[in-house]
Every structure is written in C-alpha cells, then in structure tokens.
Design a protein around this ligand. Structure first.
Ligand code: PA5
Length: 443
C-alpha cells in the first residue's frame, strides 16, 4: 500500500538540516513521554493507540446504527462543536461529491448543527427539516456545551412533535461521557442508543472514536478503511527514528524558533477546506498557550491566490507553509482545443485540469520559496478513507510531539473557558451571580 509522503527540503533558506536535527533528542524525548505516559496531560493519551486497539464489536455496532439511520432518514443532523464536529466534517467533505447537495441522494444527507449560535442558520435548518424524516447524532464529551445543547433542545422537540416520541428515541443517538454531564442523563432517561467518549480522549483527538466514526459511516463512507490508514500510520510512527511525524514536529519548531510564527496549511483541492479547519483546531488548541505557539492558518488555492496570495508573497516574513498535495484525482477532465482560440488557451488544450492545477501549485511553491516563505510538503496519494486515516493520525501524533518540544501541555485548553465564563455571566446563568455583577460593572 502506498502512503502519505512528507518532505521538508524547501525550508533550507531559513533553517538548516543541522538546526532541524538539533531538535532530534527533544523529539525523541517527546515520543518517549507519549509512549510512557510521563508528559504533561498524560491522562489524555487515549488517542495514541486508538487505531490499533479499536474493538471490532464497537465498529460493527457503529455500522449497525449507521445502517438504521441511513435506512430510515432523509437527513441526519450531527450536533456538536470543536472536536465534536470538525473531524467528521473534514472527512465527509473530503470524500463527498462537491455537488452532492444538488443531486439525488443515495442515503441520508448529513447536516451539522450546534457548531455555531447563528439564529438564521438554526431557523433555516428547522425550515428544511419541516415535514422530513430526520435523525440526530448529538455529540458532546462534557455533555454541557451550550452551542450543541441549544441546537439539540430545538431539534429534539421538533423531531418528537413531527414523528412521535418512539421514532425520536430510536433515531436520536448520543455520543458523550460514560457517566457525567447533562447529555448522559438525558440519553439514559430517554433510552437513546449511546456511545461513550472515553475520559482519556480529548475532543480534538476524538475523530477515530464514535464522535467521528458514526457521522462518517452515516454519510456512507468506509470507516474500516479510515481506521486501517490510521493504524498504518500509528505503526509507522512508534520509533523516534525514520518517523515523518517527528520530522514534521522538528521542522515546524525549528522554523518557529527562527521567527516563523505562522504556519499556513495550503491545499489545492477545495475538498480539503475542512481538513484544514480540523487541523487548525488541533494545533491551535494544543499549542497556543503560555503565550507561545505557532498560529495555524490556512488557504484554499488557487482560490486564495487571488486574495491572500499577495500577502503570502510579499507581506511580513513571519510565515511558513505546509502544502497538502493530492497526487491522483478521482476524475479526468481535459481542456478542449478550440479552432478560433479566441481565449488563447490552445497552449494547454489536451491537458488535464489537474496538470494545470499542479503547475499552479509548483509555480506558487517556487515563487513563495523565492519570496522567503519556507515550504513543507505533504503528498496524499489520493482522497480516500485510507489516506485520510493516515493523515489524521499523522497530524495527531506530530501535534503531541510538537507540543512537548514547545514545552506546553498539548492536551488541555484552559483558554477556551474565558469566553464561556463571560457569556454565562452576561446571560445571568444561575451560579454566576458574582461574575454577572463584575462584568456588568465593565459595560
Ligand atoms: O478539543 C476540545 O476538547 C474542544 O474543542 C471540544 O471538542 C469542544 O469544546 C466541544 O466540547 P464537548 O464535546 O464537551 O461539547
């Protein structure tokens, strides 16, 4: 089986091989801390051996639940935010037909809610679901997150009114903590099918648990191939030597130390937009603490070459790029010859669109390197479940290593609480009386 490829030869203008290799002992120490469970946040390492330890009975059960939802529903709404949303969204977008929403469906459409508090979004979703057979997968590790809780309250009530309590209980699936949180009590009381997010798996590392696997299976994709890819990458990244996750972690930290504070994840395939969103959460929440950490950004090229391209080429030289390239496309479209050639495009007649895209990519990479933007390159052989499984695990493993090289706890997210405290104070949530008084004094 082919595998994703990692390459860092185009960072040489900023950091030498020696500077990268100087981080090898720190990286090896980080791998050891992960394996031995001796680093910060070591109670959140359940993701580390997840691909090789996933239980066959659990996978089969997820497939059975997905089959029921696929058979009975026109729409399935996956409710969740952050790590309880982005992994499934990333994989489903990467594998779906770009115009699936406009074509006859072969199974339910998976929609997302609870990832924002947009009133119009919610209202338009409710309008869409009016009179339709739908199911709900409600995902929240804590079981108390406000955004998904609001969406769930609305859609649960709607489903019960529309189809009756019996249908609702059978077509609502909860993914949450085994014992704690409002969602666990609700799921137990209402008798929903439910799956457990283990205590030792943090939200942004949970895509290979029912959090990601169930919505992906409902969307009709092969979760076994996804797990196989992740498993292959888990096995390939155990040793600190000859390990592409180690190479990526070392390279980005060497660049950071050399003043490159922003990493831009670049794709040349619109289906990868949400993989970048997932990656931004993974690295942003894991590394951005103690007033340090690379700022994870992303662009979708060539679209963004016509918006952000100027900044990347000529703006402040604090950035580096990690380009994700997809070697093989699923479809072939050739540019036709035209007798009149009024648009002057005959010089590329007969070429595949992907050949042009690859030259846009290569031309941009060269221009950016020439412009002082170091370039890391990751190649996916094609967009399939297997290679997505590989890249997901690759980024997770590299994130753990990178966080330890940076000397932060990559598995907590204390900074996320600050907005919640203020929001609860402003909404006068019971228990927040002191905070309410304090914040009102600031207004
Ligand atoms: O990575 C994380 O831990 C967070 O982004 C969470 O996934 C997010 O805040 C949602 O939390 P929960 O699943 O508890 O609703």
């Amino acid at each position: 089986m082919d595998s994703i490829k990692f390459e860092n030869r185009n960072v040489g203008g900023t950091v030498s091989k020696d500077a990268i290799n100087a981080l090898q002992s720190k990286a090896a120490e980080a791998v050891e801390k992960l394996e031995q469970g001796t680093g910060a946040g070591n109670d959140f390492l359940g993701w580390l051996h997840l691909p090789t330890s996933l239980d066959e009975a659990l996978i089969a059960d997820i497939e059975k639940t997905a089959a029921l939802l696929r058979a009975d529903c026109e729409y399935v709404v996956a409710i969740g935010i952050g790590g309880s949303y982005l992994g499934a969204k990333a994989v489903i977008e990467a594998l779906s037909d770009s115009f699936a929403a406009l074509k006859p469906a072969n199974g339910p459409r998976v929609l997302f809610a609870g990832q924002n508090i947009g009133e119009d979004y919610m209202s338009e979703l409710i309008n869409l679901l009016d009179g339709k057979k739908f199911g709900i997968i409600v995902i929240s590790k804590s079981g108390t997150t406000t955004e998904p809780a609001i969406a769930f309250r609305l859609l649960k009530e709607m489903l019960e009114k529309q189809e009756g309590k019996a249908f609702a209980s059978k077509h609502i699936v909860a993914v949450t903590d085994k014992a704690r949180g409002a969602l666990r009590s609700l799921a137990d009381t209402e008798g929903y099918t439910s799956y457990v997010i283990e205590d030792n798996v943090g939200g942004r590392f949970s895509v290979l648990t029912p959090v990601g696997l169930l919505p992906i299976a409902v969307a009709g994709f092969d979760i076994r191939a996804l797990i196989d890819g992740a498993r292959a990458m888990e096995l390939a990244t155990v040793s600190p030597d000859d390990n592409i996750a180690v190479e990526y972690a070392k390279t980005r930290n060497a660049l950071y130390a050399a003043g490159k504070k922003i990493e831009i994840l670049v794709n040349y395939n619109p289906k990868l937009h949400f993989l970048a969103e997932w990656w931004k959460q993974l690295y942003g929440e894991s590394e951005g603490k103690d007033h340090k950490g690379i700022f994870p950004a992303s662009v979708d090229n060539s679209t963004d070459l016509h918006s952000m391209g100027q900044w990347i080429q000529d703006g402040e030289r604090t950035i580096f790029e990690t380009v994700i390239s997809v070697a093989r496309q699923q479809h072939e479209v050739k540019i036709p010859a035209d007798a009149d050639n009024l648009d002057g495009l005959n010089y590329i007649a007969g070429k595949r669109i992907d050949q042009v895209n690859k030259m846009a990519e290569l031309g941009t990479v060269i221009a950016h390197i020439d412009g002082g933007v170091p370039n890391i390159h990751i190649t996916l052989p094609e967009l399939s479940e297997y290679y997505l499984g590989e890249i997901i695990y690759f980024f997770e493993k590299a994130c753990g290593i990178s966080g330890y090289i940076l000397d932060v706890n990559p598995f907590n997210q204390p900074g996320v609480e600050a907005y919640k405290k203020n929001m609860f104070a402003l909404l006068e949530k019971p228990g927040y009386e002191e905070e309410t008084k304090a914040i009102q004094a600031k207004l």
